[in-house]
Design a protein around this ligand. Structure first.
Ligand code: SAH
Length: 257
């Protein structure tokens, strides 16, 4: 019996899938892809007789049934999801269901959209002495968020944040961020469809972002990135400083000794 492959499709650009994922897609007999978010151009990598299912119209039971059927017939089944499957990928429940019926699975890492968005902006989330942590989170919606992870509590850290699944409530996001430690002039970016051809980037501050997002009519498939890493202040890292020695390289005053 074959195993199931959970493959991260990357954020959008069809070249941002891993080589491993690409090779699996080429060999796949069955692909179940998240039609609401995965770039359909990725399906061009599949062979002509590959059976393709869009999971956005399926229940969990139906997805598992397709997987079971394929695995039993020794087919290569790829479950293709956006970004990386470990972030809001709903793979836990699929994995548990597969375990129950004795089917193995393997995950193939993908480039999450928060990484695609960072590349589009050309930024670093971890600017020395400005922020050394990145919080990945979401506003609670129909899916509740554990009490200790409320946005206003996480915002107390004033570090870099990538907020998923929340742009439709940008007003509320801003309100919660301000309840925490961010300020009216803290920079914030909204990246819609990062790395897709129709990507849109809206930059602002907590003071004006709500209006700007409304004007741009972005209401889904976007990330909210917030924090001083987007601002003008920065420091150089020690890593490449000539006054700093480490395991692989001496500081300049020791170099030629
Ligand atoms: N597993 C995915 C996230 C799936 S949850 C990942 O690793 O990226 C879906 C949410 O991800 C969307 O609501 C949006 O907030 C974000 N998202 C996914 N693709 C995106 C993209 N190309 N640009 C911006 N945000 C994206």
């Amino acid at each position: 019996m074959e195993k199931i492959y959970f493959v991260g499709a990357g954020p959008g650009d069809e070249e941002l899938i891993s080589l491993k994922g690409y090779r699996l897609l080429k060999r796949a007999d069955i692909v179940i892809f998240a039609g609401s978010l995965v770039n359909p151009k990725l399906l061009d990598y599949c062979k002509e007789d590959c059976q393709i299912y869009d999971s956005s119209v399926l229940y969990l039971e139906e997805i598992i049934e397709i997987m079971r059927d394929g695995a039993k017939k020794d087919k290569i089944v790829v479950r293709l999801q956006t970004g990386d499957v470990s972030i809001y990928g709903s793979i836990r429940e699929q994995a548990e269901e597969l375990k129950k019926i004795g089917i193995d699975y393997e995950s193939v890492a993908g480039i999450s959209s928060f990484l695609g968005a960072a590349a589009s902006l050309g930024i670093e989330y971890t600017v020395p002495e400005i922020s050394q942590s990145l919080i990945i989170t979401r506003l609670e919606g129909r899916t509740p968020v554990p009490k200790l992870e409320k946005l206003e509590l996480l915002a107390e850290h004033k570090t870099s944040m990538a907020i998923f699944l929340s742009v439709q409530n940008i007003e509320k996001v801003v309100e919660k961020l301000l309840e925490g430690a961010y300020e009216e002039n803290t920079p914030i970016a909204v990246v819609y469809k990062a790395t897709w051809e129709d990507e849109k980037i809206v930059m602002g501050t907590l003071n004006d972002i709500t209006q700007k997002v409304k004007n741009s009519e972005i209401s889904k498939t976007a990330l909210i990135l917030v924090g001083d890493f987007l601002g003008d202040k920065y420091n150089y890292s020690k890593l490449y400083s000539k006054y700093f020695s480490h395991e692989y390289r001496d500081a300049i005053y020791n170099r030629n000794k």
